[in-house]
Ligand binder design. Structure first.
Ligand code: ATP
Ligand code: MG
Length: 413
């Protein structure tokens, strides 16, 4: 689908950049996805103009321009509410392996050559012509994920490219990953630990968000890259991924990179804390894994009453993760012809449906009720409350406020 290219807003970007000896071209993901027949998300533009010139031209044309990354030469133009990242052509000057250092240039060839993969270095000009300076079109056709130039050299400029190689293979590759890229990734794998956690986790999360990250993970394990960034997978293995991915598809679950990660690491609270710190998880991500590790494994033959108690005591979020993972495993075995696992999946499915609509029952008493019975503020109040709450849970949440107040007055009186 090439409708994005007819967008009048993009036309205005071209008009702005292509006057007076300047030039702009769409580059990277938009060109790649468009050629592959996939949806185009954000549109990145490369230009021969310096960032200051882009800002000046935008101001003169009354176009909103935000200097979002002026050091890297990036100005974001906002037209009809849509952002276009416009970046000045760059060329590599030096590198420390953690991020390439670049200088502005006006040379398309060197801008293409400093990019990572051939499929990511294609340009489209205002006339809609694709310009291929590194052999990317052929690789798009073959879905071949390949570094521009010598793989080992390109990786040594920025070791994150190892993970980008596997990320783009997961999303767009077919067959086997390029052999030279695999070899160079494996040889440089020990350098992954020199990268910032944010960059590593951001790439890994994108890899885990691919429609099927399973093949890429297998190759990463094969060449010993996986254990460099996720030693947690060493004992556990990555075999759970295919059944989980097929379960997601069959049951219409959104692709969840955290669930996929959970399926290949052990639910060990201490190791999960270590993982969260190492990859600098967000608070929400750390909470996801903490809830999972805290939740008890769910027996699929649990009674309805016991399940209510489990949800109340363990927290629903972690139990949902447990159930989804168990369901993935059970469905995988069921596909291999196990009747037991078929009925286990059916039971897990029901539990999951229930957990997803479950609302935590609210215990109807509070500290004020206890003190109203003449108990002084202090630890005794909490003790009485938790005794009554435990009874209430044991009796399956049936007692209402009136009944509990009556019981409270017995205890307090
Ligand atoms: P998507 O945004 O769909 O994930 P993308 O191709 O736009 O894919 P980005 O990570 O947004 O990927 O990077 C934009 C472009 O910048 C890439 O297409 C690539 O040409 C270049 N690029 C990004 N990161 C690197 C890197 N570490 N080394 C070399 N080139 C890079
Ligand atoms: Mg992008």
């Amino acid at each position: 689908d090439q409708a994005w290219f007819q967008d009048p807003a993009l036309g205005r970007v071209f008009a702005l950049l292509n006057a007076d000896g300047g030039e702009g071209r769409v580059v990277g993901g938009a060109v790649r996805n468009s050629l592959m027949g996939l949806a185009v998300a954000d549109i990145d533009i490369a230009t021969t103009l310096l960032p200051e010139a882009v800002l000046e031209r935008a101001a003169a044309a009354g176009i909103k321009a935000v200097p979002t990354g002026i050091d890297h030469g990036t100005v974001t133009l906002v037209i009809d509410g849509r952002p276009f990242e416009v970046t000045t052509l760059r060329t590599d000057v030096e590198t420390d392996g953690r991020r390439a250092k670049v200088a502005f240039s006006a040379d398309w060839q060197s801008d293409a050559e400093r990019r990572d993969l051939t499929i990511n270095a294609l340009y489209a000009n205002a006339a809609g012509e694709v310009i291929d300076l590194v052999g990317g079109l052929d690789d798009i056709e073959k879905r071949n994920i390949r570094f521009i130039g010598n793989a080992a050299t390109r990786i040594a400029e920025d070791y994150l490219r190892i993970l980008r190689f596997f990320r783009f293979f997961a999303w767009y590759g077919s067959g086997r990953p390029d052999a030279e890229g695999l070899r160079a990734s494996s040889a440089a794998r020990s350098k992954l630990k020199t990268l910032s956690a944010e960059r590593v986790w951001s790439e890994l999360r994108k890899l885990l968000s691919a429609e099927d990250p399973g093949r890429a993970l297998l190759w990463m394990r094969q060449v010993a890259v996986l254990s460099e960034i996720l030693p947690e997978t060493e004992k556990w293995g990555i075999d759970a991924i295919p059944a989980l991915v097929s379960t997601e598809k069959a049951l219409g679950w959104a692709r969840d990179p955290l669930l996929r990660l959970a399926s290949i690491i052990p639910p060990d609270p201490a190791r999960l804390e270590e993982l969260a710190a190492r990859l600098k998880f967000s608070n929400a991500e750390a909470a996801y894994f903490r809830a999972w590790a805290k939740a008890a494994p769910v027996n699929d033959e649990i009674s309805a009453a016991a399940f209510e108690k489990l949800l109340y005591g363990n927290g629903v979020d972690g139990i949902i993760v447990r159930l989804k993972l168990a369901l993935g495993v059970a469905r995988g075995k069921a596909e291999n012809g196990s009747f037991d696992e078929m009925s286990r999946s059916a039971r897990l499915s029901k539990l999951l449906d229930h957990a997803r609509i479950w609302k935590k029952p609210q215990f109807p008493l509070n500290g004020a009720d206890v003190m109203a019975m003449g108990i002084q503020a202090g630890p005794k109040v909490g003790e009485i409350l938790s005794t009554l709450e435990n009874q209430w849970v044991e009796e399956n949440f049936v007692s209402d406020r009136a009944a509990l107040l009556a019981r409270l007055s017995e205890i307090a009186g």
